[in-house]
Design a protein around this ligand. Structure first.
Ligand code: SAM
Length: 312
């Protein structure tokens, strides 16, 4: 039924955007004294190997996390006329990018970068003892792998792996006991209905628990239902009187090209976004510094860019 496996995509530019934003949000939310419950409605397998068969077949991390790593370890010679982003990088990498790189490095032996943590492990690494993590995953193989990976943490009741539909499963947990929550929703959008379901899930969750922070990753591709996700979430936030933030990272053009034989070459995922309702107040400034730097480093053509828009 489901053919999407995140192992092919782990560490790609979409993961860089999603995980950098996730860490920046958690750093702020975890400063408070009250316990936080984090929900990951589409958790994946939790840990991935960048030197494994899946990652090597797709090579996606090479244009994402690994490209960033190479840039940091061996910065290119400065251009004669550097862009504003290149100048900003020369002055120092944004703290949230450093934080992200350090966190991924902490899953690896010094100097090696074989393991890439998915959102469950990134979140768990940052939580305090009083905080809770609920992970939903529906793919039979990924659920098993996730459960086995999480078991090794010996985190006890702090982390729960639920083999359930995340869109539905979250309902019974809202509002959470200490009335503080971050919901990450990162569907694979393999099923067209996911676009509508993620918006419906946020709408329903806001009724159950209006003060939660809701973060939705979405692909930016030439499909009307993909464009609808940020548009509908913005309308939802505005109607509910909530603050929102929409951050996007584009690494290349979305145009189809042709090879020498005239066969169409699909560009692969050119861009993605994170839409956040009730964002931490520190997030906008952090991403406004980080995202132009990420677009400069990960950009593959002159269409590379980033945006950070907010309202409410
Ligand atoms: N959030 C993960 C990360 O950042 O490391 C990656 C998640 S991946 C993009 C999406 C995952 O959602 C896949 O592993 C897929 O099997 C799972 N999935 C698909 N539909 C689901 C549903 N309705 N409920 C829960 N999981 C689902």
């Amino acid at each position: 039924m489901f053919s999407y496996r995140h192992a092919f995509h782990a560490g790609n530019h979409a993961d860089v955007l999603k995980h950098t934003t996730l860490i920046a949000m958690l750093r702020h939310l975890l400063q408070k004294d009250t316990a936080l419950t984090v929900f990951d409605t589409h958790a994946g397998a939790g840990l991935y190997r960048l030197d494994g068969e899946y990652a090597e077949t797709s090579g996606e991390a090479a244009n994402g996390f690994l490209k960033l790593l190479t840039f940091i370890n061996t910065p290119p010679a400065p251009a004669k006329k550097p862009s504003a982003a290149a100048k900003s990088i020369a002055e120092g990498l944004a703290p949230v990018i450093k934080d992200y790189m350090d966190l991924v490095a902490s899953f690896n032996n010094k100097g090696s970068h074989k393991v890439y943590p998915g959102s469950p492990f990134i979140i768990q690494r940052l939580l305090g003892e009083r905080d809770k993590l609920k992970l939903f995953e529906i793919h039979p193989t990924d659920t098993k792998t996730l459960a086995a990976n999480i078991a090794q943490l010996e985190a006890g009741r702090q982390v729960a792996v639920l083999r359930e539909d995340g869109f539905e499963g979250i309902k019974k947990f809202l509002p959470p006991p200490a009335r503080r929550a971050l919901v990450l929703s990162d569907p694979s959008y393999e099923i067209k209905n996911d676009y509508a379901r993620v918006v419906a899930m946020v709408a329903d969750s806001l009724v159950r628990f209006a003060t939660g922070t809701y973060a939705v990753w979405y692909p930016i591709i030439p499909r009307p239902e993909a464009h609808d996700v940020p548009r509908k979430l913005k309308t939802l936030a505005t109607k509910s009187g909530k603050k929102w933030l929409n951050a996007t990272l584009t690494v290349k053009s979305s145009k189809l090209t042709a090879d020498e034989a005239g066969d169409v070459i699909r560009p692969g995922l050119p861009a993605s976004g994170m839409f956040i309702i009730n964002p931490p107040h520190t997030l906008k400034a952090a991403l406004q510094l980080a995202l132009p730097q990420l677009a400069e480093i990960l950009g593959q053509d002159q269409h590379a860019t980033s945006t950070v828009e907010s309202g409410g």
